[in-house]
Design a protein around this ligand. Structure first.
Ligand code: HEM
Length: 389
C-alpha cells in the first residue's frame, strides 16, 4: 500500500478487507476449472447491470412506445445494437454459467455441511434471477412478451381464495397492460441490486465455510492451501477469456438465435400465437408445469422442482461429498442431468402425443432423483477417501 492508500485505509479499511478476503484468502490447491463459474457468474451479473442501465436511458415503459423504443435502440442509438445484444445474449449466458455452477455443486456435494446456508443463498439467487429474467422479457412488448406474461401471471390465480385478487393487484388492472409494463420495468431495475445483496451474503457464507474441492475432503494440512491471488485470479481471468469467445460470437453473429422470432411482432391482445413458449432457460420447469393435468398441482410441482433443493443437504445424508467417490450417486447425477435436458426438449414442444408421456415420465424421474437420496446415501458403498490433497 502506498502512503495515500494507507491514509485512506486507516479511515475506511476497504483495501485491507479486499486483501484479507480476496487476495490473501487461502484456497484449496486442487480447484479445477469448474470453480471458475462462480466468478464468471459475478461478471455476468455486472455485465447485465451495466448494459441494463444504458438500455434504460433509451427505453420507454409505455405500451404504445415500448416496442418501437427497442427498435430505436437497435437501429438509431449509437452502439445501441451492441448494448442490446450484450444484454439479450448476456441473460442466456448468465443462466448457462449459473446452471453449470449449480451442477458443479451437486456433483461435488458442495451443498453439504458446513455449506448449507451458502447453498440456500444460491437457490434464493436462482429464484430472483428467474423473476428478473421473466419480467425483463416482457419489456420489449412483443407477442411472446405479452402472451408469456399473461400465461405465467395467470398461474397465481390458482392460489386458493385470494388467487384472482393477487393477479388483478399484480396487473394493476383486469389484464396485462400499461400499469403492468410500468411496474415490471421498475422491478426489473430493482431486482438485480437485490441479487447483488444476496450474492454478498453468498460470498460471506463462502468466506466463512471456505471452498469445497474436487475431492470433497476437509483440508487439515497447511500444504493443501494456496493463496487465491495470483493462482486463482490468473485461472479465473483465463476462464473469462474462454467464456468471451462464444459470448462475443453470439453477440456479433447470432444475437437472436436463443430468442423467439414472435417477439419481433408487436404485442397484440387480440391474436394469440399458436405456441407460447418461454425462454430456453425456463423450458425444463415449463415441462414440469405442463406434465401435471391439474393447474394448482402443476404450479406446486414447478415451484417444488427448485424449492426441493433447499432440503437437499438433509435428503442426501452421505458423509462423502464428491461424486468421484460415490459410484451410485455419480450415475444418478449423470442420468439426472440428461433428464433435465429431455425435460427442456419436451418444454419446447407442444403438449401433445408423445411429449405428454415423456414429460410425465421425466417429471417423475426428476423428483425421484431427490427423493431416493435418503436411501441411496444410507446404503451406497463409497470408495475410500484420501486424507490430504
Ligand atoms: C449471481 C449468481 C451467483 C454468483 C455471482 C455466485 C458466486 C459464487 C462464487 C464467486 C463462488 C466461489 C467460486 C466457486 O466456487 O465457483 C461461489 C460458490 C458457490 N456457489 Fe455460487 N454464485 C451464484 C449463484 C449460485 C447458485 C444459484 C447456487 C446454487 C443453487 C450457488 C451455489 C454455490 C456453492 C454451493 C458454492 C460453493 C462451492 C464450493 O466451494 O464447492 N451459487 N458462488
Amino acid at each position: 500500500m502506498n502512503k495515500a492508500m494507507k491514509w485512506f485505509d486507516d479511515r475506511l479499511p476497504i483495501f485491507s478487507f479486499l486483501d484479507k478476503q480476496l487476495a490473501n484468502k487461502p484456497a484449496p490447491k486442487n480447484l479445477n476449472y469448474m470453480w471458475s463459474f462462480g466468478s464468471l457468474a459475478g461478471v455476468c451479473l455486472m455485465l447485465q447491470i451495466i448494459t441494463g442501465v444504458f438500455l434504460a436511458m433509451h427505453y420507454k415503459a409505455d405500451v404504445n412506445l415500448a416496442f418501437d423504443s427497442i427498435q430505436h435502440i437497435s437501429r438509431d442509438v449509437t452502439w445501441g445494437w451492441l448494448i442490446r445484444n450484450m444484454h439479450m445474449v448476456g441473460a442466456s449466458f448468465f443462466f448457462i454459467v449459473v446452471y453449470v455452477h449449480i451442477f458443479r455443486g451437486l456433483y461435488y456435494g458442495s451443498y453439504k455441511a458446513p455449506r448449507e446456508v451458502l447453498w440456500w443463498m444460491g437457490i434464493l439467487i436462482l429464484f430472483l434471477m428467474m423473476a428478473t429474467a421473466f419480467i425483463g422479457y416482457v419489456l420489449p412488448w412483443g407477442q411472446m412478451s405479452y402472451w408469456g406474461a399473461t400465461v405465467i401471471t395467470n398461474l397465481l390465480s390458482v392460489v386458493p381464495v385470494v388467487g384472482k385478487s393477487i393477479v388483478v393487484w399484480l396487473w394493476g388492472g383486469y389484464n396485462v397492460g400499461d400499469p403492468t409494463l410500468n411496474r415490471f420495468f421498475a422491478l426489473h431495475y430493482l431486482l438485480p441490486f437485490i441479487i447483488c445483496a444476496v450474492v454478498f451474503l453468498h460470498l460471506w457464507a463462502l468466506w466463512t465455510s471456505k471452498s469445497n474441492n474436487p475431492k470433497g475432503i476437509d483440508l487439515k494440512k497447511q500444504t493443501d492451501w494456496i493463496p487465491f491471488h495470483p493462482y486463482y485470479t490468473i485461472k479465473d481471468i483465463f476462464s473469462l477469456g474462454v467464456f468471451l469467445i462464444p459470448f462475443t460470437f453470439m453477440v456479433f453473429y447470432l444475437p437472436d438465435y436463443l430468442g423467439h422470432t414472435d417477439n419481433y411482432i408487436p404485442a397484440d391482445p387480440m391474436k394469440t400465437p399458436p405456441h407460447i413458449v418461454p425462454e430456453w432457460y425456463f423450458l425444463p420447469f415449463y415441462a414440469i408445469l405442463r406434465a401435471i393435468p391439474h393447474k394448482l398441482l402443476g404450479v406446486i410441482a414447478m415451484v417444488s422442482s427448485i424449492a426441493i433443493m433447499f432440503v437437499l443437504p438433509w435428503l442426501d445424508s452421505s458423509k462423502v461429498r464428491s461424486a468421484n467417490y460415490r459410484p451410485i450417486f455419480r450415475q444418478m447425477f449423470w442420468l439426472f442431468l440428461i433428464n433435465v435436458f429431455v425435460l427442456g426438449w419436451v418444454g419446447a414442444n407442444p403438449p401433445e402425443g408423445q411429449f405428454v408421456v415423456i414429460g410425465r415420465v421425466c417429471t417423475v424421474l426428476y423428483f425421484l432423483f431427490f427423493l431416493s437420496l435418503p436411501l441411496v446415501s444410507k446404503y451406497e458403498k463409497t470408495k475410500p477417501l484420501p486424507t490430504s490433497l
